[in-house]
Ligand binder design. Sequence first.
Ligand code: HEM
Ligand code: HEM
Length: 181
Amino acid sequence: MTTRDSADHYGTVTRLLHWAMAVLLLWQIGGMVLKQILGRVPLMAFWVGTHASIGLLLLVLLLIRASWAFRQRRARPPYQRGLIGALAKAGHVALYTLMLVVPALAVLRAFGNGKPVQFFGMRLREATGEEIAWMVAPANMLHGTLAWGLAALILGHVAMALVHRFWWRDGMMARMIGRTV
Ligand code: HEM
Ligand code: HEM
């Protein structure tokens, strides 16, 4: 197993970040989908109660992942030539952008709405009682809409991964799942 990425495979650090964030995003978005369907039943109260903490964790992981991707940029498997490669690259850039903007706007709102800010029960900031309009407005306007956009993009990404694996059978999936040596 190699830690770093190579021209054939993503290494263990990239894979760990990719799959850990995939699971957390499933929890995060899946929880909101179930909330829409089931309403505020007790299970959902717990699930939705973890939303801000998991979201902040996702933001921290994204910052680590983006720095790692930047350091590995010359060592990574290359994109295919032509339109398919260009679309794959644009898709990955869009995923990174939304993985940053969606939680960042919500964190800005959390620090601007005057209520206490908690991270897994740890108090990060006491209540101020004062709402700061410019910190709250962007998330009120965009957090939900952009999060659903991220969910749609993830579905497209997973669909393309399955097309590579079962239709084109070109070994693309093995870059993120198969052996790393
Ligand atoms: C990548 C991370 C995140 C994702 C994918 C995500 C996703 C979502 C989704 C899908 C909704 C439902 C929108 C609707 O009801 O139409 C939502 C709502 C909400 N999220 Fe997040 N979220 C993330 C991070 C955060 C963070 C870090 C916080 C707080 C610090 C937060 C706080 C909220 C709140 C308060 C709502 C309800 C109000 C609203 O729709 O804006 N979220 N989120
Ligand atoms: C079942 C779920 C998933 C599967 C099967 C899957 C599969 C893959 C595969 C095969 C690659 C390598 C593609 C290439 O080399 O061009 C990849 C890369 C990537 N995936 Fe996923 N993926 C999944 C979930 C996700 C989720 C939830 C996200 C987050 C939004 C995501 C974001 C990315 C990104 C940004 C890359 C580029 C490499 C990187 O910087 O990490 N994937 N994925």
